[in-house]
Design a protein around this ligand. Structure first.
Ligand code: TGC
Ligand code: FAD
Length: 389
């Protein structure tokens, strides 16, 4: 497997700080040496590479942009570069880190008590405790406001009934950040593994994100102590604010997937001889490579500006939606083009393009489908919501 040198046609590196470049290069090298040699095996067997968790924790990748509690406290661009490089390896790995940091550590950090933060955040940053985020339900995906899961207060405890579906890390998590309807609106709760009335079941038969655990969560008269509510959560808005953090990382990650595909397609095209010359010498193949490079370059610049806005505290959820939507569309199209450029080899898992092609279908769908982000942006620019017609 050839060493990955990056894709940087517009010298975006020169717009990064020395620290940001160092972080990117460290994760890039780690992915090359530790992820790529084992990922095909995990994708085939449908397992998440747990053996990589201590190494990622050791590099400070879990909750990397959070302050205190053993977290690295990195800026938004450095965090985005980590996501880009991880997803260059595999979307499942980036998903794990997104869920752990943006969807579990972030809500504890933002909405939790000091005791909850002390108990969970340092252990999660060390990778000793794993989290999952339960928002989606079998009948409420794009519209989480339609959730049925309910938590009822009974003197000193909460009793929760309901079910969540498609939950990344579900069965390997020590704690679920669980969103449920209450008398005061939707609130977030900490539901620990092993709690009576709480069970998980993995979704099997996935052709996408195979190196990632996806589960159902079932709550049947599940009783949790009163103090397991995240006290500062109020309404669906709290859950949606976590999505903004995760979507930001996906914008970068998806471009990482596109970079992997472009790099593999370019290398393949230079060495694959057809009709007596490398396919890289055919105009049709060059057009595909040029399209990919152009979209990747635009995506990198868009993400960088998104990150700089986030660092200033000036980014809006709508801008993040555009980043998520753009990254996923670019990666999805690049994966399709890359796969076709590899001909028959493109369907083999010995190469990366097929795995990225399958993975991106999940990434395009979760954290708000492309349709939902289109509607979010449509409402932002016209002032007219079109979610219901
Ligand atoms: P709506 O009335 O629009 O908003 C309610 C309140 O929330 C505010 N808000 C946000 N705040 C922060 N970030 C966001 N992204 C926000 N979106 C909305 C909004 O301003 C409002 O505030 P206020 O003060 O006025 O009350 O709510 P709605 O129920 O109409 O929902 C709108 C819609 C459809 C956009 C939303 O439901 C949505 O985004 N749906 C998509 C669902 C989704 O993305 N689910 C993801 C589940 S988690 C996952 O997929 C993890 S994958 C693993 C990985 O990340 O790797
Ligand atoms: P639906 O909402 O049923 O949508 C079906 C189709 O209708 C889509 O094409 C959609 O774009 C379209 N549609 C919906 N509404 C409209 C509209 N108003 N106008 C036009 N078209 C519309 N969720 C979590 O909570 N936590 C997780 O960790 C998590 N991890 C996931 C991991 C994987 C691998 C996958 C695949 C999903 C995961 N999800 C998770 C769930 C994910 O967020 C949802 O699948 C996603 O939000 C879409 O919901 P849905 O699948 O129910 O699709």
């Amino acid at each position: 497997m050839s060493t990955f040198k990056g894709v940087d046609f517009f010298d975006v590196s020169s717009l990064l700080t020395e620290e940001e470049r160092l972080i990117r290069d460290t994760v890039r090298e780690w992915v090359q040496e530790n992820v790529l040699p084992i990922i095909e095996h995990h994708f085939r067997s449908g397992t998440f590479p747990m053996e990589l968790v201590p190494q990622m924790a050791g590099m400070g990748l879990l909750g990397a942009n959070l302050e205190g509690y053993g977290c690295a406290g990195l800026g938004a661009v450095a965090y985005g570069l980590i996501m880009q490089e991880l997803e260059r390896g595999d979307s499942g790995l980036r998903s794990f880190v997104s869920v752990q940091g943006a969807l579990c550590m972030y809500p504890i950090h933002s909405f939790g008590t000091d005791e909850q933060k002390q108990r969970w955040l340092p252990a999660m940053a060390r990778g000793e405790k794993i989290g999952c985020f339960g928002l989606t339900e079998p009948d409420a995906g794009s519209n989480p406001a339609g959730m049925k899961t309910r938590a009822v207060r009974k003197t000193d405890r909460w009793v929760i009934n309901g079910a969540k579906a498609w939950i990344t890390n579900g069965s390997i998590a020590d704690v679920a950040i669980l969103w449920a309807r209450t008398e005061e609106g939707i609130r977030g709760f900490l539901v620990e593994k092993g709690t009576r009335g709480f069970s998980t079941k993995d979704h099997v038969g996935k052709f996408s994100l195979r190196a990632s655990v996806t589960s159902e969560l079932v709550l049947q008269d599940c009783e949790i102590p009163e103090e397991n509510i995240l006290p500062a959560t109020s309404g669906l808005k709290s859950a949606l604010s976590c999505l903004t953090q995760a979507r930001y990382g996906i914008a970068w990650g998806a471009i990482g997937s596109a970079m992997a595909v472009y790099d593999e397609a370019l290398n393949y095209a230079k060495t694959r001889i057809v009709f007596g010359k490398p396919i890289a010498g055919f105009q049709l193949q060059q057009a595909k490579l040029v399209w990919m490079l152009g979209e990747i370059t635009k995506g990198q610049l868009l993400n960088l500006q998104l990150g700089r806005l986030k660092e200033k505290g000036a980014v809006t959820p709508h801008q993040v939606s555009l980043g998520k939507k753009n990254g996923c569309c670019v990666a999805r199209e690049c994966a399709k083009l890359g796969r076709e450029m590899l001909g028959a080899n493109g369907i083999m898992d010995e190469y990366q393009v097929g795995r990225h092609l399958c993975n991106i279908e999940s990434v395009y769908t979760y954290e708000g489908t492309d349709d939902i982000h289109t509607l979010i942006l449509g409402e932002a620019i016209t002032g007219i919501p079109a979610f219901t017609g």
